[in-house]
Design a protein around this ligand. Sequence first.
Ligand SMILES: Cc1cc2nc3c(=O)[nH]c(=O)nc-3n(C[C@H](O)[C@H](O)[C@H](O)COP(=O)(O)OP(=O)(O)OC[C@H]3O[C@@H](n4cnc5c(N)ncnc54)[C@H](O)[C@@H]3O)c2cc1C
Length: 290
Amino acid sequence: MKPPRFDYLVPRTQDEALAMLAEHGERAKLLAGGQSLIPLLNFRLVQPEALVDINRIADLAYVRERNGGLAVGALTRQHALERSETVRRRLPILAEACRLIGHLPIRHRGTVGGNLAHADPASELPAVMLALDAEFVVVAKGARRMLAARDFFTGVLSTALRPGELLAEIRLPGLPPRTGAAFVEMARRAGDFALVGVAALLTLDAAGRCQQARLALCGVGPTPIRASEAERVLIGEAPRGAALEAAAERAVAATDPPSDIHGSAEFRRKLARYFTRQALETDAQRAGGV
Ligand SMILES: Cc1cc2nc3c(=O)[nH]c(=O)nc-3n(C[C@H](O)[C@H](O)[C@H](O)COP(=O)(O)OP(=O)(O)OC[C@H]3O[C@@H](n4cnc5c(N)ncnc54)[C@H](O)[C@@H]3O)c2cc1C
């Protein structure tokens, strides 16, 4: 299929992009890596009047240390995140999850912001953002707001972004000492979207018990899911055996997985249980507790 006709606009600065978005409102779409938008256009599932190509806005692509955490520009390519020394040092879970997105050519083009704005429920990064308590800087002409990751993903391929808005930056808080973080998933083939993915973080106290736990899953509902009950049962417990089993049980209870040609809901629940345990065990090792 070929895309429908559209005006192709190429802003050189963020302000120019925001002015174009303000002018065209709902009739415009941002074009970042194009790895999701171009197929949607070709199948005519979206038919914007104008495409605002943000690829020339160089100052939207960066990874910076900020307040002990990271600030990531929305146009940062997924591969750049995967390769970043800063990411490996501060939040290696981001690189771990990025490596599981599609194949290398896709990650060379695909951006972090485009991935989050596209909001595929089986995407890896949205779950990681949820587990990391990320905040998103969202800008529009003459306006700017902060959105927590937990308020950003509103449904299948839908977010809290309004017409005229651009996701500009992702802010990720730093992690306390003795924190282990891991992302694990199962996909039918290497490079496919996750059937189920789990992002987990554990912070251990000096006695090796869980001081803080954070768990988010993808592929098991219309949005990434934060498993708060599962987090609660871990607090004060040693991260092994019955405690991990109880957390996995609660994590599964928080899911609402689809049944489709790739796997039944029951299969996805089994995967969610298994990968929650696996991610938490890896966390415990990485936190130095086991
Ligand atoms: C074969 C294949 C396999 C893939 N496998 C995976 C996978 O395993 N896991 C995974 O997560 N993804 C996968 N993807 C999708 C890939 O990660 C995309 O790159 C990503 O979903 C979209 O990012 P993009 O930069 O290409 O955005 P685009 O396709 O350019 O845009 C996607 C959407 O986001 C909007 N948008 C883009 N940037 C912004 C912004 N800064 N602010 C607001 N809105 C914005 C666009 O208007 C559009 O609606 C795969 C893609 C392909 C083609």
